[in-house]
Each structure stands twice: as C-alpha cells, then as structure tokens.
Ligand binder design. Structure first.
Ligand code: FAD
Length: 331
C-alpha cells in the first residue's frame, strides 16, 4: 500500500448479543481484501453484552477483535458508534473499513468519511484494489446496470456492502483471535440522540417459505393495484404471493414478500411468475421449486430458460382467464 496502511477493519453490528447476518457477510470479502493489502483482518464488534459475539467474530475469521461493549452502544446512534469505530481505526490503521449496508451502516460510513475527508464507496457488490486505489461495483436502476466507482487517492477508504452480495463464511469454533476491549468513556451530552424504545417491524402474514404454491408478481404487472391478479390466482390455488425486488423497491409490496438473493429462498411445488424477467438475483431464490411456470410477454425473457411451462403473452389478459378456469375446475 502506498500510504503505508494495510489490512481491513470490519464494523460488526450485533442484535441481542449476536452478530447480525449482514455483518457476518463482511467476513469473507474482508479476508480476501486483507490478503490483497498484505495486512490482517480486524473486526470492531459493537453493542452491549458481547462475549459470544466476540468469539463468533474470531470464529468467522478475524485476526484481531476489538470489543466495543457499553450500554451506550446497545442501540445504534451515530455519535456513540462513530466514537467506537474511530477508536478502532486509531488502534488498527486499516487501509479500508467495511460496513454492512444496513440503515446504521449507511448512516455511519458517510459521517465518518466526511469527518476524515476520505472516500466512501456505497452499496458495493464487488470491491477490489486496482492500480493503487479501491474500486467498488454497485448496482443502479434496480440492479439492471452495474457501475464502477473508484475511490479518490490511496488513503483510508470506507465502503458499505450490499446485503446478500457476499456469503458469510462457515464459522470455525476452534479459531481464536487477539481480543481487546476498547475503553470508551462517553461524556454527558456527547450522544445527541436518545433511543427510547425499539419497535420490532411486523414480520408480516406471508408464509412464503412453507407455501406449496407461490405466485410471484414482477414489475410486468404494471402497478401495485394489479397485484390483485396475483392474489386471486394464489387464492384459488391455496398459495402465497411473493414479489421481485423491482416490485418491493417500488413500494408496491412489502419487503417480507421479496423472493431472491436479498429476499426469501423458496422451494414450493409450484412457482408461477407473472411479469417476472428472471434476473439471476431472483432465480437464485426459486431454484428449489418443483415446477416453474412463467407468464411474460417477452419470448426472450430469461425466466423462460428455467421454466418448465411458459406462456408468452400479456398477464392482464391471461391471468384472469387462468384464474377463472382454475376456479371452475377446483370448485
Ligand atoms: P423487470 O426486470 O423489469 O422485468 C419485468 C418483466 O415483465 C419483463 O421481462 C417484461 O417483459 C415483463 N412484462 C412487462 N409487461 C408485461 C405484461 N403486461 N405481461 C407480461 N409480461 C410483462 N431481484 C429479486 O427479485 N430478488 C432479489 O432478492 C434481488 N436481489 C438483488 C441483489 C443484488 C445484489 C442485485 C444487484 C439485484 C437484485 N435483484 C433482486 C434485482 C434483479 O436484478 C432484477 O432487477 C429484478 O429481479 C427484476 O424484477 P422484475 O422481473 O420484476 O422486473
């Protein structure tokens, strides 16, 4: 490294004393990048009551674990988390700091990068060192296009990692790491936000993972109201409704209905895709389906390559007729 820094620091978020899945996913890419810099992999684990999480960070591959364990870190606030991560950066002098692309990570990374006046690469699905600087690849236009962003300069860089872009390594319970507790003393008024209560979002009524029939609606349904077509078809087959990410990003359906790489993995007896193009990030979540039926007006849509039965046509015309026929047959 030209600026002398090497190694990777992972910012590891916890919930109820356990490492969050999005933070586990940082460890594989973290290890690869640490090797590229010729340095080690450090992890700062943040939260309250972290004995198990610190051991898990070692098991997932950290060479060095810095434990930021304080009641002030039990819930996320930028002020408290920034102080802890700053202390970890000072202790490890990494070349790059990786954060999960969670609400907290996306809040914290630009805050820290701006304070240090260094580069921040957003929402990376790939990350590599090229010609002396960091290059991140990020999806734009709902994942239809990938764009490369190069960090200016060769100094410390922050990057957030897209959820689901990397697989968490298998933990090795026998692995140990040099573990240090970070001394953090918070002055009164230093944390400007008080978290009074955390309210768990509803998991939703969807039983996608158990359903024997899943009807997934894609952007080809045209608008949120047209999901009635998917609901009616699912209802007559006793199935559940799912959605593609294009649809959940548009806010047509809740995230808990999303199927695919960053949603749920399903394995129903029957999958029916309505206006679903069949992007790999979607199909990775439906591969276990016994029978795949696709309705799409584009005969070249990739979904037809994996479909057992395909209907080329307009969902608005075909689905009401199909639902009617099935209703008549099933009574
Ligand atoms: P589109 O790709 O826009 O396709 C719409 C389809 O509808 C087209 O094929 C079109 O021909 C057809 N159509 C249009 N009108 C009609 C009509 N009237 N009748 C019939 N057919 C019609 N996607 C997911 O689904 N799940 C994920 O978990 C996921 N994770 C991702 C993770 C990453 C890191 C990235 C980069 C992307 C991810 N994506 C995911 C997004 C994915 O790449 C696609 O953008 C998305 O699946 C496309 O959704 P879609 O098929 O609904 O929309």
């Amino acid at each position: 490294m030209t600026n002398g820094a090497s190694g990777v620091l992972l910012v590891v978020e916890t919930r109820d004393g356990a490492i969050r899945e999005t933070s586990r996913e940082l460890f594989g890419i973290g290890r690869t990048l640490a090797s590229e810099t010729g340095g080690s992999l450090a992890a700062v684990v943040l939260g309250s009551g972290l004995d198990a999480a610190a051991s898990e960070a070692a098991a997932l591959g950290a060479d060095r674990v810095l434990v930021a364990d304080a009641p002030e870190l039990a819930a996320f606030t930028v002020d408290a988390y920034a102080k802890a991560v700053d202390a970890a950066i000072d202790a490890t002098s990494p070349a790059i700091v990786l954060l999960a692309g969670t609400t907290g990570g996306r809040d914290l990374a630009p805050f820290l990068a701006t304070r240090r006046d260094v580069a921040y690469l957003v929402d990376c699905v790939r990350l590599a060192r090229q010609d002396g600087s960091w290059v991140g690849t990020r999806p734009v236009y709902q994942g239809k296009v990938l764009t490369e962003v190069r960090a200016a300069g060769d100094g410390l860089t922050f990057a957030t990692i897209h959820a689901g872009a990397f697989v968490a390594p298998e933990p090795d319970a026998g692995r140990t790491a040099e573990t240090t507790a970070l001394e953090l003393n918070f002055a009164p008024g230093e944390i400007r936000v008080t978290v009074k209560d955390l309210v768990q979002a509803e998991a939703g009524p969807s039983n996608l993972e158990q359903a024997e029939v899943v009807v997934v609606g894609g952007r080809g349904l045209g608008e949120a109201a047209n999901f009635k077509l998917a609901e009616d078809l699912a209802s007559v087959l006793g199935g559940a409704v799912g959605a593609t990410r294009a649809v959940t990003d548009l806010g047509w359906r809740p995230h808990y209905e999303q199927v695919g790489q960053t949603g749920k993995t399903i394995a129903p007896k029957l999958y029916i895709g309505l206006g679903v193009s069949g992007a790999v990030q979607h199909t990775v979540g439906i591969r276990g389906s016994e029978t795949i039926v696709a309705i799409n007006r584009d005969p070249d849509a990739p979904i037809f390559k994996m479909a057992d039965f395909g209907i080329v046509g307009d969902v608005q015309e075909i689905v009401p007729k199909l639902t009617e026929k099935l209703r008549a047959v099933r009574g």
